[in-house]
Write a protein that binds this ligand. Structure first.
Ligand code: GLY
Length: 377
């Protein structure tokens, strides 16, 4: 069953590259047209599209994907050198599935150098006074200078990897300090999570939790919870610190216990479900990858193993049966009903490129039992 879905995903990825050449899919305002909006490599999301091409190559060995993914990856050098829209922390989202993927698959030293340069760029966002990586905007920014967001956990593997490659502990130390800060302030006592947390920029003291894309400041944004499951499991992969594994497990239990009847989450756990409440299929795809990563670190006799495994299988089956575009050969997206930013009315019910990416990654993990190359040590 996973195989058919993978083949459909790979065929659509090829079709998109053939149709749109060097352009990248952007966030749109609805997938009713069955298409993405296409543009330059200038947002935080392009790495997912390049990552899909590398995943497709890894799985199919079709040289088309190696060639095209390689061409796309070269564009991230131009972007880094000119600092095109890189005033944010999503450098791992951009450079893991492009530069690290390229290096791991082709052993091209210039791709390795590109990823290391990207890691250095991410370090410029470290704020020693508060000991966190600033999420958005320039240093000292009134609104965002003291802000972290849970999504950043997914950028940390770039730093862990950079320490392993260079032997310089500074990247890993900063990543672990940021993960610690996230664990302490973003994860709440009942295992739910804040999307974002603010610190005083002058003295680094905690101010308050909040949200950007969630329902309200104290709610649990489902995609944020999914980033947390996967992000803490990846911090465990690189550091072996059992606190990260335990945190991933706690967030995972909270997520799985609240799955609705069709096993694909609404956009926020605190929204009252109604027939027209939006889902976020991308959150379920990310959580599936996170749960599979977490399961891989649990001992054989851990009772949570089968609990999480069954949850992943039910969610993935529902994504394939009820949310995928299988049977729509011209569709550009793989998953319908992703939600980017509901309260901002951006992409409230849409194709979402990271939803497509994590859906494909989860399918390949399920089918072959292996992780994506660029998270390997
Ligand atoms: N990292 C931003 C988001 O998940 O929408």
């Amino acid at each position: 069953m996973w195989k058919t879905a993978i083949e459909d995903a790979i065929q659509k990825t090829k079709q998109n590259i053939e149709t749109h050449g060097a352009l990248f899919p952007h966030i749109t305002q609805g997938s009713a047209l069955k298409s993405y909006e296409w543009g330059e490599n200038n947002d935080w999301i392009e790495g997912f599209y390049t990552g899909m091409a590398w995943l497709a190559y890894e799985y199919s060995k079709d040289p088309f994907f190696r060639e095209e993914a390689g061409k796309q990856t070269a564009d991230y050098r131009r972007r880094l050198d000119r600092k095109v829209s890189l005033d944010h922390h999503d450098i791992g989202f951009l450079y893991n599935p492009s530069a690290i993927a390229c290096w791991m698959i082709t052993k091209d030293e210039s791709a390795k150098k590109l990823a290391l340069d990207a890691a250095d760029h991410l370090l410029t966002r470290w704020r020693p006074r508060g000991r966190y990586i600033q999420a958005w905007g320039p240093e000292g920014d009134e609104e965002n200078g003291g802000r972290i967001i849970i999504d950043c956990l997914m950028n940390l593997p770039l730093l862990y990897w950079a320490s392993e490659q260079t032997g310089d502990p500074k990247y890993r130390d900063i990543a672990a300090l940021h993960a610690d800060k996230s664990r302490r302030y973003l994860v709440r006592g009942d295992d739910s999570s804040y999307h974002t947390f603010y610190f005083n920029q002058e003295n680094g003291l905690p101010v308050r939790g909040g949200t950007h894309q969630g329902y309200h400041d104290g709610s649990t944004w489902t995609r944020g919870q999914a980033w947390g499951i996967y992000g803490f499991a990846l911090s465990y992969r690189y550091t072996g610190d059992p606190l990260y594994l335990e945190t991933s497990r706690r967030l995972a239990r909270y997520f799985v216990e609240r799955l609705p009847e069709d096993h694909v989450v609404y956009w926020d756990f605190d929204v009252e479900p109604a027939p027209d409440t939006y889902r976020d299929s991308s959150a379920s795809a990310i959580a599936a990858c996170g749960l599979l990563e977490l399961i891989g670190h649990l001992s054989e006799d851990d009772p949570d193993r089968s609990y999480f495994q069954e949850a992943v299988e039910r969610s993935m089956k529902s994504l394939v049966d009820n949310y995928s575009t299988i049977g729509q050969p011209k569709a550009e997206g793989l998953l319908e009903h992703g939600s980017y930013y509901i309260r901002g009315n951006r992409g409230p019910d849409d194709y979402i490129i990271w939803g497509d990416y994590y859906y494909l990654e989860a399918l390949i993990r399920m089918e072959t039992g292996r992780t994506a190359y660029w998270y390997e040590r």
